[in-house]
Design a protein around this ligand. Sequence first.
Ligand code: GTP
Ligand code: MG
Length: 442
Amino acid sequence: MLDSLTRRLGGVFARLRRKGRLSEDDVAEMLREVRVALLEADVNFQVAKEFMAKVKEKAVGEELYGSLNADQTLIRIVRDELTELLGGEETRFQWSPAPPTVVLMCGLQGSGKTTTCAKLALWLQRQGKRPMLAACDLQRPAAVHQLEVLGEQVGVPVFAEPSSDPPSVARHALERCRHLMLDVLVVDTAGRLTIDEPLMAELGAVSSATKPSEVLLVLDSTTGQEAVNVANAFHERLALTGAIFTKLDGDTRGGAVLSVRQATGVPVRFIGIGEQVEALDIFYPDRMAERILGFGDILGIIEKAEQVIEKDQAEALQGKLRSGGFDFDDMLSQIGMMRKMGPLKNVMKMIPGLAQAIPEEAMGAIDDRKVDRLEAIMLSMTRKERANPDILNGSRRKRIAAGSGTSVEEVNNLVKQLYEMRKTMKQVGKMQRRMKKFGKRR
Ligand SMILES: Nc1nc2c(ncn2[C@@H]2O[C@H](COP(=O)(O)OP(=O)(O)OP(=O)(O)O)[C@@H](O)[C@H]2O)c(=O)[nH]1
Ligand SMILES: [Mg+2]
């Protein structure tokens, strides 16, 4: 997700860091490169322009030319502006004062509405709420069945009835929800290929019938700038409370995610990062900004980790990640934990510096089978070797390769990777500490 942007910006900042004191020309050049990086990531032209103007204005205000640590100041300015662009603070879920809270989901055909309904229901359940799903996509019979299957998968009841009138199904679902004293009703609706009047009228009628507290537009992030136009059109008619970008796990330049808030005023609330029902994340503007700038998402990892491991274990992981002093035992237990957290590729991307340290092709090649081999290598080490990788000389590496059914080259690569990870994490840790001094958001 947004990897190429992260890579580009990472390159710009790395060059900047090497320079020491910055001249006005250095800053101007760097700003140009940031702008190009944004445009290449498919960020809306006007949004990129305004963004750069703000960064420039701040850069001038901070009198950073010729000063020491100018690079840090500049990165901080970009981070803060990026966070602002993405919406500042994350938006909290609006609960209705008189439950059940109704969440109306809308969007174009195939954007991921039905899948996201199930994901959201699961998320709500994990928040301790009792949700129900309403099948109000009556365009095609299969839609109701799809929601029923997904509902069963996440263990959430689905309200459906034979009808061709979405508002009346929605009304009945709401009555049932009240009767069962459930907390939230998530309403799945029909999509169309393009925005048209019948669709908007139908959604308007469902909305009038249920008075939703949340009207969430589901947007396919692979449609690029078109997503911004779609958001504008829906917002005009439905007063959206937020947007959910799906398919951010794929090859998407992601610029629409960066533009939509600024261009439409609709905040991004969640992101979909996979087909599985667990693959939904809250959208945190500050974390996303830091992730784009290559600082990783330590908080995100910890939160995910906390879902699957005990708190003290999570704190230990946090310390290890920050200090960069971890060994192969830690790597092994991390792999075990990460497996529980979801597809490894997603988790790896959250680790500071890792996404940039590993070439794009290699990142694409990370699959869980390859990780099995890494695991085998580590398990073939003695306890002493795992805790103290410095003692891994040539003959030990040969023995480990033979024992794990891998090659010496693979063993060498893994050892190298450990040291690289230690190094980048230490650097990122240092940078974050410095950032903290400048004033932190969280
Ligand atoms: N990779 C990926 N696929 C997704 C994501 N969200 C949804 N999908 C896939 O996108 C396709 C369409 O999803 P649906 O939930 O059926 O979309 P919809 O908006 O309900 O479609 P209609 O009801 O036909 O309008 C499915 O194959 C989903 O598995 C995501 O975050 N990542
Ligand atoms: Mg659907």
